[in-house]
Design a protein. Structure first.
Length: 271
């Protein structure tokens, strides 16, 4: 994996991008945390000779922590699919992370996915629907099509993005996206997730924009069956990418940093 590093002091944080297979989008979060934290931003594995699985991504993250952090327990901050990966990792390795932060977490049950799909369909009407149809008919390379679709959908996933906002997407891997997501759906159908999250014993914070088409409250309720101590904070006037939101960005970072300081202080104090 390619890994970008930020900051040279403070507790360790590992950022997990969404997609799946859409690296680079967590860069603004990394830059904001760099003055007070040592931040690692891995680009998750792309498609190869074997189909990608959630377990492969968990194993890659375990190897990264072993190589770069030498036993130190970082906070995992995941966005969208990355939030789901953070939970899967913390369940598989309950002692490896200090805490987990979920931003715009994806869904873990059919009912929540149906709510999400209906919300996206409502927002993709009119001119956006025309643009999406043209994109689908353009005969583009699947990776290029995925990248352009992400840019087109940004307004539909947002409340009021900052002028000139850029997802900072480095590349897309459509096959890696499909393989990873299909494996996650299969694990949910077999009742592996979210039941496995009962093994998580570290603090978990869920930050979710009220205007995110992903249904925060229903995903919170599903997760709390297995992670009863999960803290949930809904961000007003905020969509799927809080760090790009004009009205929510400052509050998002202030709340995130305050929570990190509290968890880090509690960890330093010991039992």
């Amino acid at each position: 994996m390619r890994v970008r590093c930020y900051g040279d002091r403070g507790p360790a944080v590992v950022l997990l991008h969404g997609g799946p297979a859409a690296p680079g989008t967590m860069a603004p979060v990394a830059r904001a945390l760099a003055p007070t934290h040592r931040v690692w931003e891995p680009f998750q594995r792309g498609a190869g000779t074997e189909p990608l699985t959630v377990a492969t991504h968990v194993d890659d993250l375990r190897a990264l922590l072993d190589e770069r952090l030498a036993g130190e327990r970082p906070t995992l901050i995941g966005a969208s699919w990355g939030a789901m990966l953070a939970l899967a990792f913390a369940a598989a390795h309950p002692q490896a992370a200090r805490s987990v932060v979920l931003i715009g977490c994806g869904t873990f049950d059919p009912a929540s996915r149906a709510v999400f799909q209906r919300a996206v369909e409502r927002r993709c009407a009119g001119e956006l629907a025309v643009d999406l149809a043209a994109l689908n008919a353009a005969g583009l390379d699947p990776d290029e099509r995925m990248a352009r679709m992400g840019a087109l959908l940004l307004p539909a996933f947002s409340h009021d993005v900052l002028s000139g906002s850029d997802l900072e997407l480095q590349r897309c891997d459509a096959r890696a996206h499909h393989e990873t997501w299909q494996d996650m759906l299969g694990l949910q159908e077999r009742d592996v997730y979210p039941a496995a999250f009962a093994a998580i014993g570290v603090p978990v914070l869920m930050l979710h924009g009220e205007a995110d088409p992903h249904p925060g409250a229903s995903t919170r309720d599903v997760l709390r069956r297995y992670v009863p101590g999960l803290e949930y904070r809904e961000l007003a006037r905020c969509g799927h990418y809080p760090w790009l939101e004009r009205r929510a960005r400052d509050g998002f970072f202030a709340g995130l940093c305050a929570w990190l300081r509290r968890v880090e202080a509690d960890a330093s104090a010991g039992p």
